[in-house]
Design a protein around this ligand. Structure first.
Ligand code: FAD
Length: 479
């Protein structure tokens, strides 16, 4: 029979359950990626992610060609496109891996109904546990991470097979020439116009290798070396102490199953070292984010804690927001993070927390403004992890940091960027400043300060902290 394999957030050939099933059950397979303007998971993401997507699709196309197959592209509302493709190709079956954002869930449900004649088959290729699987004993979702992790780890102990991965299919059946020629609904990858007209993206990608093979290599590199010092290394933004797998995971170039499988190497979770366990927990944080998004879909743009709807944010914040976005707040570690993001499409997790706390608590700008900027600028922009990260920092999400815990960016810098190397790398204006002042250049003597072209702090850190606490006190006792 002839089938359609619809690629979405699973841009890989290995450990891809929908592809494995389709390759086995069909004699001919139409592999397609649809750029759907309504698709919240992929197409509505920002410019940096679309650049990554372009290169990831290029890599996937090359891998499929090596197997004698081809990746087709189409643009438009998915249901209409699929109906056209079915009528043009004469496909009798359809396969895809599930996504979990609310808009896509609704869209996919209606596609499943509309295409019921083809008996659509859907799979879990994105997560280890489906969002509806790892629940409390009363069937409700976890809102706190530690018990979520414990339950997930226990379940994995009982069902080690869950981490079994699927090999790359030996054969991916190609579409016959006749069927391929009838595909009038398809366009070229270039016609999707995922790359921006201006060429800023080339410098952004110079430190990245995109695609499934690169993701696999990065897993191996990280697991051989940095994972052993991860407990400490993951907090040091000047070091390469983390895996940098987030964009690969977001686009499904590698599965979390594969990563845990390679981490464990036949061991049980309980046999991992402390650093390895911390890393496994981070992989599961991502799953927790997907669970929250699934069970509390309103958290895409609303605080989970309803008291925060009444929170009094600052007025007239355009200039402050712009200075934060550009890395010109006058607070070195904040500016270093924002410039790293702008230049590379990525930011270290410790610094994500610092810049988010500064925006929300020192500048009193709603977390949604930061979430949107991240969504546009991150190559790993992910609805679930981004919303969770911002609400965690704001103190208004599930298992959030308490609002009164306000990061002091100077102390954070002095603790996690002791020598100031991270700041000097991204804020070259401070390259010559001594370690003692690199996180607080406003304390330099007036003469030295006047020789440095770097802004004064936008707000006083102590006063703005007090202001945030006062605003929080106003909503604290409310419901
Ligand atoms: P590693 O430390 O090597 O961790 C391995 C993997 O675990 C990551 O690739 C990621 O998939 C997962 N992970 C690690 N930490 C977290 C976490 N806190 N939440 C969810 N998953 C996690 N991550 C995204 O993937 N996309 C986002 O849009 C995103 N936005 C964020 C916004 C804010 C305000 C904050 C505080 C965090 C955000 N994170 C986001 C989480 C985290 O910062 C990144 O996943 C991490 O920095 C990616 O780098 P890495 O791959 O080297 O991570």
């Amino acid at each position: 029979s002839r089938g359609i394999l619809w690629f979405r957030q699973d841009l890989r050939l290995r450990d891809n359950p929908a592809l494995a099933a389709a390759s086995k059950e069909c004699d001919e397979l139409l592999c397609v990626f649809i750029d759907d303007p309504q698709d919240q998971t992929i197409s509505q993401l920002g410019a940096a992610s679309r650049v990554w997507l372009h290169h990831s699709l290029t890599a996937l196309q090359a891998s499929l060609r090596k197997k004698g197959s081809e990746l087709y592209f189409a643009q438009g509302p998915s249901q209409e496109v699929l109906e056209e493709l079915i009528s043009q190709s004469g496909a009798q079956r359809i396969y895809w891996n599930r996504c979990y954002d609310p808009v896509t869930i609704e869209r996919d449900k209606s596609i499943k109904t509309a295409l019921s004649d083809l008996q659509p088959r859907t799979f879990n290729g994105l997560l280890i546990h489906e969002p509806w699987e790892n629940l409390k004993s009363d069937g409700s979702p976890y809102r706190v991470y530690t018990p979520y992790w414990r339950a997930a780890a226990t379940a994995l102990g009982k069902e080690p097979d869950r981490l079994q991965t699927l090999n790359m299919p030996r054969n991916i059946p190609a579409l016959s020439d006749v069927a391929a020629q009838a595909l009038a609904a398809c366009v070229s990858l270039e016609q999707l116009e995922l790359l921006p007209c201006r060429d800023w993206h080339e410098s952004m990608l110079k430190d990245w290798q995109v695609g499934e093979d690169a993701a696999q290599a990065q897993v191996e590199r990280f697991l051989k070396s940095a994972v052993h010092g991860y407990d400490e290394g993951r907090n040091l933004p000047a070091e390469q102490g983390t895996s940098r797998l987030s964009p690969h995971l977001h686009f499904g170039e590698v599965s979390p199953r594969h990563i845990l499988n390679r981490l464990l190497l036949e061991r049980r979770l309980s046999a991992l070292s402390e650093s390895e366990t911390t890393f496994a927990k981070e992989i599961l944080w991502r799953e927790f984010a997907y669970s929250l998004l699934f069970h509390f879909p309103q958290t895409i743009d609303e605080p989970l804690d309803p008291r925060f709807r009444k929170f009094e944010w600052a007025e007239q914040t355009d200039e402050h927001l712009r200075r934060w976005q550009r890395g010109m707040t006058g607070v070195p570690i904040v500016d270093a993070g924002m410039r790293e993001l702008y230049a590379t499409g990525w930011m270290h997790n410790r610094v994500r927390m610092i810049v988010a706390s500064y925006l929300i608590k020192n500048l009193l700008i709603p977390w949604q403004a930061g979430e949107q900027w991240f969504r546009d600028k991150l190559v790993d922009a992910d609805l679930a992890s981004n919303c969770m990260g911002w609400q965690w920092t704001a103190g208004c999400g599930a298992d959030a940091a308490p609002f009164f815990r306000i990061f002091n960016p100077v102390l954070q810098g002095e603790k996690f960027d002791k020598q100031g190397d991270y700041v000097r790398r991204w804020v070259p204006e401070l390259a010559e400043v001594a370690k003692k002042y690199v996180h607080k250049p406003w304390e330099l003597d007036a003469q030295t300060r006047s020789g440095i072209d770097y802004p004064e702090p936008l707000v006083d850190l102590k006063q703005s902290r007090e202001r945030a606490l006062t605003s929080f006190t106003a909503i604290k006792g409310t419901k």
